[in-house]
Design a protein around this ligand. Structure first.
Ligand SMILES: O=P(O)(O)O[C@H]1O[C@H](CO)[C@@H](O)[C@H]1O
Ligand SMILES: [Mn+2]
Ligand SMILES: [Mn+2]
Length: 407
């Protein structure tokens, strides 16, 4: 028996999604968005110099085939990347209709989303009155604040003071299928915020809203800051996923970071959470040493997306990639013969693009442990099927293993 590590670099897209024209940011189609490609281009042009310098340096991921995958997906040769691949490499396309985190992760885990998500309109009162009344009643308040599309940091700056005064929860949404509630950890209370999200989630899930998200913050007017106590209450995946296939076969499944929340805590033996990606990397490095034979470790590294992609911060995203790459080198050095590690992503979030939302892109599929293998253009669900094949698990769903031919 061997082990498998599936590592999602949240939002690290590589351009070229066949259906990018059907997805938008600020009314502009995502056609041409390319997270890694554009970051590499900006770095090489000297336009990503905050806290780092020069061409993008990601030698470990590039040696697996990152640069080659960008070129395969989008036709762009990313400056500074493109070493001859030594790992398994390819580019995956998504069929689910959302460019959001649950859609991407479920499909990577073998289960495309069969339904249309509900999105709230970008108008002054985004939420229907009966939902507003319901949320206020559950919160025990006479109303809610927000009720609009907004970036989370901007809305707490704008409404945080009023929230502290009135006690009303700040409810907002985005281009994702989400209902988010920001509330002050001390004046509103963290436990109360989490309970409120838990209480309203079933009603939102019944509407096919993917997630209710608690966004706690602290501080005083003028310097509010969000805390790491964010919690996502996600709708359940529509069918058994890779995690269920493994768990139901008696294997140990380790979920690092947001994976537990994204899969509604189904099929998970052990949760490994942290306050930032550095903590999560600590868990991944430890599990490279300690995870048992036959186990699955499924990790999500969220900061590419949450700290840099949505904030359209190219330098920050480049720094995060360079840090992650160095850690990936340490991680790979700890693996044992027979282990499979796959690095991939759930969607794009090109920090050089219009708007502040995710971008529809292909994602890299970079594998270590099976030698040099070009798998070409694959489907997201093939990733889950391949991990299952490696672990000797019975898979369901539409995916096909890209390992099988030579196994
Ligand atoms: O602006 P913040 O609150 O970080 O919101 C971002 O995080 C949410 C979930 O990923 C999405 O809705 C996205 O817009
Ligand atoms: Mn994501
Ligand atoms: Mn995001």
């Amino acid at each position: 028996m061997t082990r498998a590590f599936l590592i999602v670099m949240d939002s690290v897209g590589i351009g070229g999604a066949p259906d990018a024209a059907s997805f938008f940011n600020d009314g502009e189609p995502d056609t041409g968005a390319n997270t890694v490609g554009h970051i590499a281009t900006e770095c090489a042009a000297g336009r990503a110099e905050a806290g780092r310098s020069g061409p993008l340096k990601v030698p470990h991921l590039d040696a697996l085939g990152l640069g080659a995958a960008v070129t395969l997906a989008s036709g762009l040769c990313p400056p500074g990347l493109g070493a001859p691949p030594r790992g398994l490499w390819g580019a995956a396309s998504e069929v689910s209709k959302g460019k959001d985190t649950p859609s991407g992760h479920w499909e990577l885990a073998g289960v495309p989303v069969p339904w249309d998500w509900h999105y709230f309109p970008e108008v002054e009162n985004s939420f229907p009155p009966d939902l507003v009344d319901f949320v206020a009643a559950q919160a025990g308040t006479a109303g809610i604040l927000g009720n609009c599309h907004a970036p989370g940091t901007a809305i707490i700056e704008r409404l945080g003071e009023e929230h502290m005064r009135s006690g009303w929860p700040i409810c907002y949404t985005s281009a994702d299928s989400v209902f988010q509630i920001a509330a002050h950890e001390e004046t509103f209370g963290l436990a109360r915020l989490l309970q409120l999200c838990r209480d309203i989630a079933p009603r939102l899930h019944a509407m096919k809203v993917g997630r209710v998200i608690a966004r706690p913050f602290v501080g005083r007017p003028g310097n509010f800051v969000r805390t790491p106590n964010r919690r996502d209450f996600a709708i359940e995946p529509p069918a058994p996923t890779l995690l269920d296939w493994a768990y139901d076969a008696g294997r140990t499944t380790h979920a690092i970071g947001k994976i537990g929340d994204i899969f509604s805590h189904r099929g998970i033996s052990a949760l490994h959470k942290g306050k930032n990606d550095a903590d999560l990397m600590g868990h991944l490095l430890r599990l490279a040493d300690e995870a048992g034979e036959g186990s699955l470790t499924f990790a999500n590294f969220v900061e590419f997306d949450s700290l840099y992609g949505h904030r359209r911060d190219v330098s920050g995203y480049a720094r995060a990639l360079e840090w992650f790459d160095a850690q990936a080198g340490r991680f790979l050095a700890r693996l044992r013969p027979g282990d499979l590690a796959i690095f991939t992503a759930d969607h794009g979030n090109d920090p050089s693009w219009h708007g502040t939302d995710h971008t529809r892109e292909r994602v890299p599929v970079l594998g270590h442990g099976v030698g040099l293998r070009s798998v070409g253009q694959v489907a997201y669900s093939d990733v889950g099927a391949s991990v299952a094949a490696h672990l000797g698990l019975r898979a369901s769903g539409p995916g096909h293993s890209f390992l099988q031919e030579q196994d």
